[in-house]
Design a protein around this ligand. Sequence first.
Ligand code: SAM
Length: 196
Amino acid sequence: MREFILLSRRGYTKPFDINDLPKAGRIDLVSRFILSSIFISEKLRENVKVYVVLEGPPNPPKLITFDSNLIKRIYPSEIKIAEKINNALKKYKENQIIESEPGIFIQKKSFERLIKEFLENHKKLVYLSRKGILFKQFQFEENSCFIIGDHVGLDKKRELFLKRLKIPFVSLGRISYLSSQVVSIIHFILDNKFKF
Ligand SMILES: C[S@@+](CC[C@H](N)C(=O)[O-])C[C@H]1O[C@@H](n2cnc3c(N)ncnc32)[C@H](O)[C@@H]1O
């Protein structure tokens, strides 16, 4: 299972206007990230989970999960994926994990709690950061979880938190890529290593 965590520090935690995704704390970015994570041309990738932690107003944090093995009806369209995020936010209930539609879940969970649960379950975590070691020197493993920031990136406190947990920082080079581009590059590296 390939897994991706996006920390969306501005993404709205209430239903938003579907006609203005940038205004909803860059939900356009979140949608593109999910699209790049779970789709290849014409179909869903198998064995991919995406975790989006929304930390925008009014009621953070909210964790939305997309599981490509369970999702039933979805199109590779930014706006359609944003509708699914909106639907999950509408169905959210306090103290519950809600499956808003097949393969899409919403609950209250912080970034820190999520990371700790991954480590408790002995999952390999990797943080994508330009300050990390160059990808060419890093031994990628197929069943890993990749942590990626949004347009503002992770704050210093979060980076320190990851460092203390000894999570490796890996760089894709000096260029600052879009979050969705980072996902595509990781997929390409892993496809190249494990699938071609
Ligand atoms: C648009 S960038 C964030 C830009 C933000 N101003 C910053 O400096 O963190 C989105 C995320 O993609 C990842 N990223 C972008 N370029 C990268 C690179 N060359 N190597 C590793 N990760 C990268 C990081 O996780 C980053 O937080």
